[in-house]
Design a protein around this ligand. Structure first.
Ligand code: ADE
Length: 225
């Protein structure tokens, strides 16, 4: 998988890709991530990438021309399966969307800033708009990092244990059950006996029940659909 990220703040985005699982995935060649500074595509003496809104109103709007230049250059080099715009008015990111995106070959991610992009950018290029939640960030970069993390860990070979992504919260529509490790007893708090029974079908049943109970208590909305 190849991910191209278009941003005005590459330095804000880089560190998540320089540590832990994402770094390992890149080093292993399972994914490549490329940053493109929109400022490099700006024209005119001031190298502007934004301007005031037609019709008046507070806040700057990202101009279409530098974005067009950057996206068109990338499109000349390869085909893209998806061009994603990070924005609070996009579709809310879910595990299901992360699963779908993880199956793509080449994707581009455009990070919004200021008031957002000129509407014509969305009409001309964008195939998917994603929000990471119902709150407004100062730019799309942190959202793009969240999306990339959720997607990259699903690529086969990225996680050590192939099954571990499949047992994450949300993969089966439920939250994850409680988990334990050593010591068996800590400060009077004991690990449930069932986990030492060696009866794996019963342990699985116990986990499913706990996952269901936890979901019902914390996120009953997940049980609706
Ligand atoms: N840019 C600003 N807010 C955002 C959000 N909630 N999700 C994705 N991109 C954003």
């Amino acid at each position: 998988m190849r991910i191209d990220i278009i941003t005005v703040l590459p330095e804000l985005l880089k560190s998540p890709f320089e540590a832990s699982i994402l770094k390992r995935a890149i080093t292993a060649g399972l994914v490549s991530v490329h940053f493109h500074n929109l400022r490099d595509y700006a024209t005119g003496g001031y190298k502007a990438i934004d301007d005031t809104q037609y019709g008046g109103g507070a806040g700057m709007v990202m101009m279409i021309e530098p974005i067009d230049k950057c996206i068109s250059k990338l499109q000349q080099e390869r085909d893209y399966d998806e061009i994603i715009y990070m924005t609070p008015d996009g579709e809310r990111l879910t595990q299901s969307i992360a699963n779908q995106v993880s199956l793509k070959g080449n994707i581009m991610i455009l990070c919004g800033h200021y008031k957002g992009v000129d509407e014509r950018v969305r009409e001309k290029f964008i195939t998917k708009e994603i929000s990471i939640g119902d709150y407004v960030l100062s730019g799309g970069e942190l959202g793009a990092a969240v999306l990339c993390d959720a997607v990259i860990r699903l690529i086969p070979g990225v996680l050590g244990n192939e099954t571990s992504a499949l047992t994450d919260s949300f993969q089966d529509g439920l939250l994850a059950p409680p988990i334990y490790t050593k010591p068996r007893e800590y400060d009077g708090m004991k690990v449930p006996e069932i986990l030492f029974s060696g009866n794996f079908p019963e342990i699985e049943k116990w986990r499913e029940t706990k996952a269901y109970e936890r979901t019902k208590e914390r996120r009953p909305d997940l049980l609706d659909d």
